[in-house]
Design a protein around this ligand. Structure first.
Ligand code: ASP
Length: 334
């Protein structure tokens, strides 16, 4: 975050304390990290991504701006990206080995530490809504497979045929992944270290009442088999939020994010070591994740509205909006 923005936010917090006014409403989002370079994206695609990221930010910010809850803001932003074929979430999700789509999503409420998640759903149009319903309408935290689809149906959520999620671009990625798997073998841990998984979406928000929320939605990894589940629906790995501490949504090679408990680790550094969100997130992404050989990034929002979005890939679709303004970014070197 630049110094001016930081000063404005700090000034806002200080003023807020005196006038007993509201927290600095903020939303930050990501649309996946990977080998995203100017050369392989092109100006038209670049424009399309910026526009869709902005639309998602605006949808989330509109909720916060009228005094709505962070939990609602993150869902509003994510639904815009789930509806766009540009991202690996909802429409445009990657294909499994069997040529289907299995979607994962999770959400966490920083105020209550309640959380909800679905894994491997095949018919839910907006998996993030299903995760929210698990949190609010069931005694559980995570539902998976057919049961999760049944639950979404019972809840009256919008359902679609699995082919609704199809896109030509992702089908080509599946064919390419299968070729690669033939050469390196499915068991090779890093067989998909390339760009077969990127495009997961996530959002973190701080509302006027000081509540933090985080949410993540994904199609997972191209050519995944055997009911593979990544980090995105795993609370603590892909998603975490706690009021007064931080909110995190992750994207990247899920197996590493699960093993490193990435989202919770970042918040633990803030909570127990008193670190600012940038230091905590840098230590985890450029330290722990990097050392283990994992790739990806996170968006992190502090209780004071401070934002950091580190990643160790060439690019990460990302953006933020607060009272000082709005920005969308793609490359490591903007
Ligand atoms: N983290 C997701 C997964 O491993 C993929 C991604 O973020 O691109 O399922």
């Amino acid at each position: 975050m630049n110094t001016l923005l930081r000063c404005l936010l700090l000034a806002g917090v200080a003023f807020g304390a005196q006038a007993n006014s509201k927290a600095p409403i903020t939303i930050a989002i990501h649309g996946g990290a990977g080998t995203i370079t100017r050369a392989n994206l092109g100006p038209e695609q670049e424009k399309a991504y910026h526009a869709k990221l902005q639309q998602a930010l605006d949808a989330g910010y509109a909720v916060l701006d009228k005094g709505g809850p962070a939990l609602e803001a993150v869902q509003a932003a994510i639904k815009v990206m789930e509806d766009s074929p540009l991202f690996n979430a909802g429409l445009g999700a990657v294909y499994t080995w069997d040529g289907e789509h299995e979607l994962d999503a999770s959400i966490m409420d920083g105020k209550t530490l309640n959380a909800g998640a679905v894994a491997g759903v095949k018919t839910v149009k907006h998996p993030i809504e299903a995760a929210y319903r698990v949190m609010t309408q069931s005694p559980h935290v995570m539902l998976s497979g057919q049961g999760a689809d049944d639950f979404a149906k019972e809840q009256g959520l919008a359902l679609v045929d699995n082919h609704y999620f199809d896109t030509e671009f992702r089908k080509k990625a599946l064919d390419k992944a299968k070729e690669q798997i033939k050469l390196s073998g499915y068991q090779a841990r890093n067989y998909l270290a390339g760009d077969y998984k990127y495009g997961t979406v996530g959002a973190v928000a701080l509302d006027a009442d000081g509540n933090l929320a985080a949410a993540t939605s994904t199609g997972g990894m191209t050519a995944k088999r055997y009911g593979r589940i990544g980090d995105s629906p795993v609370i603590g790995a892909g998603t975490y939020a706690e009021n007064g501490v931080c909110a995190v949504s992750a994207t990247g090679h899920g197996e590493y994010f699960i093993r490193l408990n990435i989202a919770a680790d970042i918040c633990a550094r803030v909570r127990y070591q008193g670190k600012d969100v940038k230091t905590a997130a840098d230590e985890v992404i450029h330290g722990r994740l990097q050392q283990l050989g994992g790739t990806g990034g996170v968006i992190v929002l502090g209780a004071d509205g401070s934002i950091t979005q580190p990643f160790n890939t060439e690019g990460m679709y990302r953006g933020y909006r607060n009272s000082a303004g709005s920005k969308t970014l793609i490359y490591g070197n903007p």
